[in-house]
Write a protein that binds this ligand. Structure first.
Ligand SMILES: Cc1cc2nc3c(=O)[nH]c(=O)nc-3n(C[C@H](O)[C@H](O)[C@H](O)COP(=O)(O)OP(=O)(O)OC[C@H]3O[C@@H](n4cnc5c(N)ncnc54)[C@H](O)[C@@H]3O)c2cc1C
Length: 420
């Protein structure tokens, strides 16, 4: 008999799960608390939807159980993600750094092909339905869902009960609650016996103590970034940084944010910016020295010309306590050493992460120790499946999180469709 499958959540993992199950074949219903599907898909990649990456490696993912992540991803590489979308009619483009996007550069196109497939497979979509309780009944489940009136987030009390053979929980994480996710959804997992590991925002901009960064607001540059606790390096990466009035954002800052947030819980955390990551420290010192001694009467402001945008040069001079109109040879014997050290190891203090509403993903989630890495079925409750960001798996920026949402959703959906 075709099983009746409920998918709770109409985000990336829920849509993939519904498609996987309906192709099974199963009789599928999506319950989505919002009034539209795939809101995070539309917001992803700045509206371009970075849907996967050509190199899906376990080291790009994080969570308490690396073995689960390795096994879960072993069967769904980027080729599978590309094949899934190509079969839906989406043209794909891979960027030189491996990130994969729809060729037209529009996240809407990704959602459109998914929605067309939902229609083709006659998947029932119930919008404005928030699942608030899931109970076992005989060999299946009773799901109670409350109606969420249009333009509110407050469900009406009571709600209706629906009976299903299998349930796939795909409610997302705690990040970006304005797009439908939220910590409350973990309670559904907990009520069925699943443990939830500590939740912290990840891929989130960082607040820094130094007011000097405020002056750089809006400036983007390529740099190396490190996170340090004392002198111990916790994390490092290289890429684009965006200075903001509260601190740093941009892909490189987001990528070190997970480790920064975890370290902040243990004490003081420093960041280190390397504005010339392509040089070794000896090579860089020699380059600066040659530039400095080549024309020693040059004014400091002219020395920086051609190296940096003016606003960055001004901030660097302030940090060193040097005046722009001083000639280089008036700045003391250790000037080259101080400058070279600052440009490759500019220290600042990370004091906080921006709030959940600015975090792209959630670190932590449902403990995957009680989840099968191939079928995503609960080991605690047969017939219950869990997928996507609500699991304790989070990826680096670059398409890894959506890739996991497709991978886990499709696998859960296929497994949930096995005959009753
Ligand atoms: C701004 C932004 C940009 C991003 N860009 C990228 C990117 O380019 N590439 C990338 O790989 N990742 C990106 N991410 C991360 C990625 O979008 C998410 O990891 C992914 O969408 C998670 O999918 P999901 O289905 O698990 O959760 P979600 O997309 O959050 O979907 C969960 C759904 O469940 C619904 N729901 C929750 N509780 C209930 C309930 N009780 N009853 C019914 N429905 C419920 C929610 O309304 C929501 O629609 C981005 C995230 C953000 C916020």
């Amino acid at each position: 008999m075709k099983p009746k499958v409920a998918v709770i959540g109409g985000g990336a993992s829920g849509l993939a799960a519904a498609i996987g199950a309906a192709r099974g074949p199963a009789d599928v219903t999506i319950l989505e608390r919002g009034h539209s599907l795939g809101r995070k898909i539309l917001a992803s990649g700045g509206g371009r939807c970075n849907l996967s990456h050509s190199r899906i490696l376990p080291q790009s993912y994080h969570g308490a159980r690396p073995a689960f992540i390795r096994d879960a991803l072993a069967r769904f590489k980027s080729q599978e993600a590309v094949r899934f979308f190509s079969e839906l009619g989406l043209l794909i483009r891979e960027e030189p750094d491996g990130r994969i996007f729809p060729r037209c550069g529009k996240a809407q196109a990704v959602l459109d092909v998914l929605k067309t497939e939902l229609e083709r497979l006659a998947i029932r979509v119930c919008l404005g339905r928030k699942a608030v309780e899931i109970r076992r009944q005989d060999a299946g489940f009773l799901v109670r869902a409350e109606a969420v009136p249009w333009k509110t987030e407050t469900p009406t009390r009571g709600g209706e009960e629906y009976a299903f053979d299998r349930v796939i929980l795909a409610c997302g994480g705690a990040s970006y609650p304005q797009l439908g996710a939220g910590e409350a959804a973990y309670d559904l997992g907990k009520s069925l016996g699943h443990a939830v590991t500590g939740l912290t925002p990840a891929l989130v901009p960082l607040c820094v103590k130094e007011s000097a960064f405020k002056r750089l607001h809006g400036l983007r540059l390529e740099a190396g970034l490190r996170v340090l606790c004392g002198e111990k390096e916790i994390s490092r990466c290289q890429g684009e940084i965006l200075f903001t009035d509260y601190g740093i954002s941009g892909p490189a800052a987001l990528d070190i944010s997970r480790d920064s947030v975890k370290s902040l819980a243990r004490g003081r955390v420093q960041g280190s910016l390397n504005l010339f990551p392509e040089f070794s420290s000896a090579g860089f010192h020699a380059m600066i020295k040659a530039r400095w001694t080549g024309r020693p009467k040059r004014l400091l402001k002219d020395f920086f010309m051609g190296m940096f945008p003016v606003q960055l040069a001004g901030t660097l001079m302030d940090t060193l306590g040097w005046e722009a109109h001083r000639p280089l040879d008036s700045l003391g014997r250790d000037a080259v050493d101080r400058l070279a050290a600052l440009l490759q190891d500019w220290r600042f203090e990370i004091i906080a992460a921006r709030p959940w509403s600015e975090a792209m993903v959630t670190a932590g989630g449902i403990d995957v120790d009680a989840v099968d890495a191939h079928t995503f079925e609960s080991r605690k409750v047969r017939g219950l499946f869990l997928a996507g960001e609500m699991l304790d798996v989070d990826g680096d920026s670059g398409g890894f999180n959506l890739h996991f949402a497709w991978a886990s959703g499709l696998a859960a959906g296929r497994a949930a469709a096995k005959p009753v």
